[in-house]
Design a protein around this ligand. Sequence first.
Ligand SMILES: [Zn+2]
Length: 467
Amino acid sequence: MIQLYNTLTKKRERLPKLKKGKPLRLFVCGPTVYDYSHIGHARVYLTFDMLARYLRYKKQPVFYLQNITDIDDKIIDRAHQSKQKPAQVAKQFEKAYYEDMKALDVSSVTKYAPASQFIKEIIVQIKKLIKKKFAYKISSGVYFRVKKFKNYGQLSKQDLNELRPGYRTEPDPEKEDVFDFGLWKLKKQKWEPSWSSPWGTGRPGWHIEDTAISEKFFGPQYDIHGAAADLKFPHHEAEIAQQESASGKKPFVKLWVHTGFLTVEGKKMSKSLGNFITIRSYLKKFSPESLRFIALSHYYRSPIDYQEDLARQAERALMNLRNFLVRLELMQEEGKSGLNVTGLTKSAEKNFEAALADDFNTPDAISALFFLINQMEPMVWDLRKDEAQFVKRFLMKKFAIFGIQMEKFLAIPPKIQELLKQRELYRTSKQFVQSDALRKQMDALGYLIEDTRKGPLLYSKRLTTND
Ligand SMILES: [Zn+2]
């Protein structure tokens, strides 16, 4: 079974052993809904979507929980600037997030949990921390006492004593330590969203939202926590400190899985640089499958430096795959390729599974599939129908594991099918002028015809056929 790299132990580890049929509990940090999600977010959510799909394909049920940070300073700031209510801003971008995920076919999440629906659970957890003296109240709110939790810094491998002098956070002279983070922030301005609590009207801090939600659905300990690598410190350190202190149980999470960064042309995405690419703007130019393919063709822990060429390459790779599948469809009964089709697919399957078992190495896994295609390519016209169908099913099934449904690209609109039929009639009756006119008409509609010895082969010039 699959091994994954655990950021906490810096080792590849087997997935926790679960009783048969018991779901693996996977939590992934969801978005802070104050703006549209960008392609860096998409990388994270596509990665964990593909991981959850793969585990389910391997017959391991998964309960995939994702929080939605709908209470946060960034939301409040944006709402104040745009003269809206924070709840309106949060609702608008929460909705936009679900739309984006739907467009990308991220469908593996079992439960989305917006923090604003779990205030009761958050208060219970803070109460526990205060009772155990892991938290204290000052005039601005309730804070976590970091010095009382010995292992703070264990995940991000940081020595707090070295970090302390230069560490900047919101200044508050009442705080015992610069690293102490807010669990409950008391209301200061009238536009801030607030809930009543034993410590006064206010709102939860970011970190406690996640552990209150994961405890509610998973209990104090669970299997995998995933997120982008930049959330390790302080967010995930804080999560560990909160949950292990509140429950007294260790470890909070068995496996910490972090995805690599995504930069755009070598730079961190930012609005001021003008290189901020939202999922929506990407999808105006390219197919959702191409973004998924970009994630798939990079090792999830490696950085991705995005540029449009990467999207174009991904579209081209999918198009080549599509065209290979279309060729396989043309094969008739006869044929004598001399290829050991069963042996070649078996070996592709073996390499595919071995790559995924080794820390979900998706680029190596799909290389095994493209290697199979390359082996078949020179002999493809000599394949027997049953061999061709076998290879086609094999490849489509493998890409479907990751959420790339090639059926979508194989469908030819009825209008094009009709033109193809007509043109074939003209061509076989040697009416070349008419047949040529139809070829041009189809070209204008985005389809190229190649006359092969197995019949006319139709290529789409674009990846998607829905336009
Ligand atoms: Zn989080």
